[in-house]
Structure formats: C-alpha cells, structure tokens
Design a binder for this molecule. Structure first.
Ligand code: BG6
Length: 531
C-alpha cells in the first residue's frame, strides 16, 4: 500500500502536493498460475478481466508461466474467443494497444466449454488444466474466478471443491494415477453479489468452508481496488495531523455519495432482484464507510485491517423498528425504470437510496453518516465528504454569514483525487475570508494514472494477499443490517419517483434537511470552494 509521509504547499501560492511515497511501484513477483474464468463469455471477462490481465502484461507484471482458460456453457471457437477478447482489450484496457503484448497473452488464452452443474464437465476441465499446467509450467497453482450470475455459484463451488478434494488426496493416491505436475496452491475469486440476504450469504460461506480455507477465498468488492479508497488509510494513518481531529469532537458529519448517470440499461433482470441497496450499499458503500470510520489497524496485514473494518460494521446502530427504518431511509425510482428491458411494469424496486446511519462507538458517537446512491442522476461521481464543525464565528463572520466549515473530499470517480477546503484571507486591508482548496490528483502527481481496480485485485489474488477482499464475517454483518431495512421496506409504499438526471426525490432532501444539513453535490471540474 502506498504510504504518504508529507504534504506541503509550494512557494507561488498555488497549493501543490509534495508527497514522498514509501513504496510506490514496488515490484512484486507474481507467481506462476493457471486461471480458470467461469462465465468467460460474459461482459465482465470482456470489459474488465482480460483488459486487466493485458494491462498487467504491458507492465510486465505477469510471469511467462501463466495461462487463462475461459470456461462457459456456449460452444465457442477458440480463435473467435480470442478475437472477441482482443476487441475488448482495445476498447476497455487502460493502456495502449501493443500487438506484441497481446500476442504473448493470446497464446496463453484457451476456451473450454462445459456445464456448471456436471461433474463430468469439471473432470474434462481438470484434464485440460493438467495438460496446460505441464505445457506452461504453472506448478499446479490454480486460481478459479467465478464471474457467472449468482445462481451458478453453488454448483461451481461444489464441483471445484470436489476437484480440490481429489487434488488434496492425490499425494496419497494410487500409484497408477495419471502423471501430473507438482501440487500448488488453489484459490477462488467470487464476484458479487455475495448472497442476497444474510441467510443466502451464510449458506454460501458454509459451502465454501466445506472445501476451502478462508485464506483461499477472495470475495471481490472492486471498490477496494480503487487507489483513492486505499489512500483513505494512508491519509488517515500516515499523517500526524489527521488522527487528533478525526472524531466526534471535531467532525460534524460524513457523507458518502455514489452517483451514476446511467440507468440500469440491459441489466434490468438482475436489478429487479437486487435494487440499489443490495447492488451498491451493502458492499461498496459499506466498505467506503468502514475505511473512513475504522480504528488504526495494528499492521497492514489482511486480517488486521479486516478486524478493524468488521468492528465498524458491528458498531453500526441497528434500527429498532420498521418505523425507525422508514424514518432514516428514503427510496426512489427514476421515471421510465418500469419501461426498461426485463423490468416488471409494477416494479417497486428502488434505483435510488438515501440512508442516515450511526456508528455507535467512542470515536463516532453522535456523528451521522449520510449515504446516498442512485442511477440516472446528473453525473457519474463518487465522493466521500468529511465535514468538520463550524468555528465560533465571532471573528470572521461576513456580515452575519457563517465562515464555511472545513471539508475533506475524497473523490473516487470520475477521477481519483482528494481536496481540503480551508478558509484564507482575501488580500487587502479588510478581513474578508474566502474558502480555498488544497488538492491532490493522481493524474498530476506520483505515478500518474492509478491502475484499474481489477489490475490490483487480480494481482493481489495471485499473490495470495486478501487485504482488499472481504472476509466472511464482514459480509455477514453487512447483510444483517441490510436485512432489517428490507424487512421494513416490504410493506412500505412504492419508492418515490424522480426525474432522470435529477438528484433524486425531494423526500431524500428532507432526510438530511431536517438536520439542517444539505446533500453534497459533486462538481465536475469546478472548485469545491463554491459548495
Ligand atoms: C457494480 C454494480 O458493482 O458497480 C453496478 O453492480 C454499478 O450497478 C457499478 O454500476 C459501479 O462501479 P463503478 O466502478 O463504475 O463505480
């Protein structure tokens, strides 16, 4: 993880970050590995996974002993499969197209057709992997990536689990067993959604636990792969100035805003079973909240960080009754959602959600956390805003108007940056105060554009580093909170309608407005000073 150790301004008045980074770009040796992607003909493989492998290959972060087997139900010609992936890389990879790199990668990509629920198909896959392991000398290390719709998770886990049991037994197996390469590690990456409520998430965890150790399971939350999200910990714990003011004595409230411009598009079928709360809040937004609210971990190891995150989730105040849920949450649905593909004409599914939650511990007691997320909003932006308390306002009040309170904004999307809002004196003989910002954007400093989340996460899984993946207990605690919200919503009236490209229903403004606060509205290319 990058560590920041300093932060200062330049001579000419413009704020400019000077950051000494302890371990940026530290080379980590990725071990040999055979990767199987289940759901290989799907969107995720084409838009994210193969482009991320390509970007890693351009940066020479993949070993020669590397092979990818795409697995899917549809028959596919291997050449056509590779051509389709090449088109995806050209469109979605972060780094420019390089024919030589693609040739290197394409020679290591194969396709295997099979069912997800038949042991015979997995025996065939296993045989293919055995051959490829010998050809590419991947030392028996295997990473299985489950990128299918959630209905397929259980049969895949059971079938891979059965292979795993055979593999473990193999060392003690019959003398006439077929020749195989050395035994290596096996790991499993699972895409979201990890369950649809506490019970289903728990069942999935139990199933995984039957075949795999927790250290072999990597539950993806791609928000944790975003550089600014990791930077929250660096900013908080590598700077002495932060910790003393990061608590309820100085902080007024926190906002987490994830706005998307797009609607549900062609994902209506999935979205009808999920809605905004399950799609974004229980996973991505709760992860952002834990990074902001957690105590300093004892080390930067996976378990130390996850121990602290889970404590935050456990400290989230449970709603005491359905009325309390309704009082502290708002649901919206954009106009036209019901006409989207695969959406029920009378759907009550929310495409917008706003929540007010509390972290009941010594650090945060009394500080509200406001979360809001919606589709079909005016812009794509994800920001976390820490808002400090007002000053006594006796010295610099401008004709009765309050001096603006300090604010720190972590911008995660569309570009990765952070900015402080502070007050400064306007030059001249008066005492006029104006807010200015001190900012840092990855695009301007350090090593330029940060890696795509999937690059980092795939590399970490290959290295066996689970820090940026969610642990079993985190997932289950998060679901227990969200379950209580769903229970209350079941009998509630339909979500409030809102116009596309608006900031959601007016009822959501009332949720924060009654506390005499306003929703933060992210500004594209505008100075936060004008907030
Ligand atoms: C996914 C959700 O997990 O995250 C999508 O299923 C959402 O509905 C997406 O659009 C947002 O990801 P990002 O990285 O674009 O903010």
């Amino acid at each position: 993880m990058s560590e920041m150790t300093g932060f200062t301004d330049s001579r000419d008045g413009d704020f400019c970050p000077i950051i000494h980074v302890a371990d940026v770009n530290v080379e980590r040796d990725t071990p040999p590995c055979a990767i199987t992607i289940f759901g290989a003909t799907g969107d995720l493989t084409n838009r994210k996974l193969i482009p991320a492998f390509y970007d890693l290959a351009v940066q020479k972060l993949l070993p020669d002993e590397f092979v990818v087997v795409g697995y899917g139900r549809r028959p596919q010609d291997e050449t056509q499969f590779r051509e389709g992936l090449a088109a995806g890389v050209k469109e979605f990879a972060r780094l420019d197209w390089d024919e030589t790199v693609w040739k290197w990668l394409a020679e290591r990509i194969f396709y295997q057709q099979g069912a997800y629920d038949q042991a015979g198909s997995f025996a065939t896959l296993d045989a293919r992997l055995n051959e490829l392991e010998q050809q590419f000398k991947t030392r028996g290390n295997r990473l299985y990536y489950i990128a299918t719709p959630p209905g397929e998770f259980a049969p895949i886990i059971e079938n891979v689990g059965a292979l795993r049991q055979n593999d473990r037994a193999f060392g003690r197996g019959p003398a006439n067993a077929p020749a195989r390469g050395p035994r290596g590690w096996w790991r499993l990456i699972i895409e979201k959604p990890f369950g649809s409520d506490l019970k289903s998430a728990h069942d999935l965890n139990e199933l995984l636990g039957r075949y795999f150790n927790e250290t072999e399971v990597f539950r993806i939350d791609h928000y944790l792969g975003k550089e600014t999200v990791q930077n929250i910990l660096a900013l908080r714990f590598a700077n002495a100035i932060m910790e003393p003011i990061w608590n309820n004595r100085y902080i007024d409230h926190v906002q987490i805003v994830v706005a998307e411009k797009v609607g549900v598009g062609r994902r209506g079928g999935y979205y009808e079973t999920s809605g905004a709360l399950r799609d974004m809040v229980v996973n991505h937004m709760f992860q952002l909240l834990t990074m902001v609210a957690m105590e300093a971990p004892v080390s930067l190891t996976a378990n130390a960080i996850r121990d602290e995150k889970v404590k935050v989730l456990r400290a989230l105040r449970m709603f005491g009754s359905p009325d309390e849920v309704l009082d502290n949450t708002r649901r919206g649905q954009y106009d036209g959602y019901k006409e989207e593909e695969s959406v029920a004409p009378d759907s009550h599914v929310e495409t917008y959600v706003a929540l007010k939650v509390h972290v009941d511990n010594w650090r945060w007691f009394g500080v509200p956390f406001y979360l809001r997320h919606g589709k079909a909003l005016p812009q794509r932006s994800t920001e976390i805003v820490i808002r400090w308390k007002d000053t006594p306002n006796v010295l610099f009040n401008q004709g009765g108007e309050r001096v603006k309170s300090n604010m720190l904004i972590f911008r995660i999307q569309p570009d990765e940056s952070f900015a402080f809002r502070v007050n400064a004196k306007v030059p001249g003989s008066g005492n006029e105060i104006h807010d200015v910002r001190m900012d840092f954007a990855y695009a301007d400093g350090l090593h330029g554009e940060p890696p795509e989340a999937y690059e980092r996460l795939l590399q970490d899984a290959l290295l066996g580093d689970g820090t940026l993946f969610t642990r079993r207990d985190e997932v289950e605690v998060a679901w227990s909170i969200v379950d209580s919200i769903f229970d209350a919503w079941k009998d509630a009236p339909a979500p409030h309608p809102y116009e596309k490209e608006s900031w959601g229903p007016a009822e959501s403004d009332e949720l924060i407005g009654r506390d005499k606060r306003r929703w933060h509205v992210p500004h594209d290319n505008e100075d936060v000073a004008h907030e």
